[in-house]
Design a protein. Structure first.
Length: 261
């Protein structure tokens, strides 16, 4: 059973979630006041044909996806509102293989502890801007980070998303594998919020996708790909867990892709 602290904390932030608001990619800042930038869920969808062109796919709201068999798990779409799995973005951000990308989330609620995971998928040679992965196995994981503590002393339990719970924070970094073959890639990044995951089906997924044009001399096209949805099960130990108790944590999904040595 959840503790009283857990119940109160969850109730206080039930409607306060976040999304990836801006990024620095290839040394360029993609911020809301510039074009191109990252999709703004409470701005762009109301601007119609005047909405700015973005490098990230539509995230219709700041709310979670909880159905692990839904195509909405892929990039944060809302099928019930007509965005099935999230529509492609029109633009790509150029980035060198081996470079680091910094993603800035909006302020993240302090009860929503959980891991950060990042996947990539190689798009067709024509680009990502007209491509939907469907339910095919196309994704490979490039980074994940989970629980940093095991003693559970609220609020000093440190998770991968803990730094995002402060208004002034450095955001989240991932590195594009240096060996990747040049081309167009879809990047899927997510937080899994586990504050209610003590009950099966109550983990909350906050995915978003952005599009890159990767350059460099690499030649590797990753294999052993996974499908999203399909990569997670509701009873996986990293998805069905009482995080209000002490203990270790198993990050869900496949192993992180490693370039050949």
């Amino acid at each position: 059973m959840k503790s009283l602290v857990a119940l109160l904390s969850t109730a206080a932030v039930v409607s306060a979630h976040g999304w990836v608001d801006n990024a620095t990619i290839g040394g360029q800042l993609y911020q809301v006041k510039y074009t191109p930038s990252f999709y703004q869920p409470y701005q762009d969808q109301y601007q119609g044909e005047w909405a700015p062109k973005r490098i990230s796919r539509k995230v219709i709201s700041s709310g979670p996806v909880q159905n692990l068999s839904s195509i909405d798990l892929q990039c944060g779409g809302i099928s019930s509102e007509g965005t099935i799995g999230s529509a492609p973005a029109p633009l790509h951000a150029p980035a060198q293989a081996g470079s680091t990308v910094n993603l800035k989330w909006t302020y993240w609620p302090d009860s929503h502890m959980g891991p950060l995971l990042t996947y990539m998928a190689r798009c067709p040679d024509a680009g990502c801007n007209q491509w939907l992965p469907g339910e095919e196995p196309v994704f490979f994981k490039i980074h994940h980070d989970g629980r940093h503590t095991t003693d559970k002393t609220y609020p000093n339990d440190i998770w991968a998303d803990t730094p995002l719970m402060y208004y002034q924070n450095g955001g989240y970094n991932y590195t594009i594998p240096s060996c990747l073959k040049a081309g167009y890639y879809l990047v899927r990044h997510e937080i899994i919020a586990l504050h209610s995951a003590w009950a099966v089906g109550e983990a909350q997924f906050y995915p978003s996708c952005h599009q890159l044009q990767v350059t460099g001399p690499g030649t590797v096209v990753p294999t052993g790909l996974v499908s999203i949805p399909g990569v997670y099960k509701s009873d996986d130990p990293g998805i069905f867990i009482n995080v209000w108790n002490a203990g270790g944590y198993t990050i869900p999904g496949p192993a992180v892709f490693q370039c050949p040595s």
